[in-house]
Design a protein around this ligand. Structure first.
Ligand SMILES: [Zn+2]
Length: 100
């Protein structure tokens, strides 16, 4: 199963791949998460990304999250993580892919 990297919707259709450079995000001072070369987006998240609606994108994550934190906290965390995407996104149009 694949998940939208922005809102965690399972097996999104349509699914779009946004190219990014590889980067590491430090989750704690000693634990990092590596992002490889692309982020997967569902159609709804693609519309928000292409409109540069970063607040709407973070709110969408918070609205769909099952993490037991407040919506406000989830929105802040999503905006921070998604900010790395916008920082490392390559200037290329997304690629439509088929989720089998
Ligand atoms: Zn999504």
């Amino acid at each position: 199963m694949k998940l939208c990297d922005f809102c965690n919707q399972p097996d999104p259709r349509p699914a779009w791949l946004y190219a990014t450079g590889a980067f590491t995000v430090m989750l704690t001072p000693t634990v990092g998460a590596i992002s490889d070369s692309s982020w997967l987006a569902c159609g709804d998240c693609r519309r928000l990304i292409d409109a540069d609606d970063r607040e709407g994108l973070a709110q969408r994550y918070a609205a769909h999250s099952k993490v037991p934190l407040s919506v406000d906290r989830l929105t802040v965390l999503a905006a921070e993580m998604q900010g790395h995407f916008f920082k490392h996104r390559l200037p290329k149009a997304p690629t439509l892919i088929e989720i089998l």
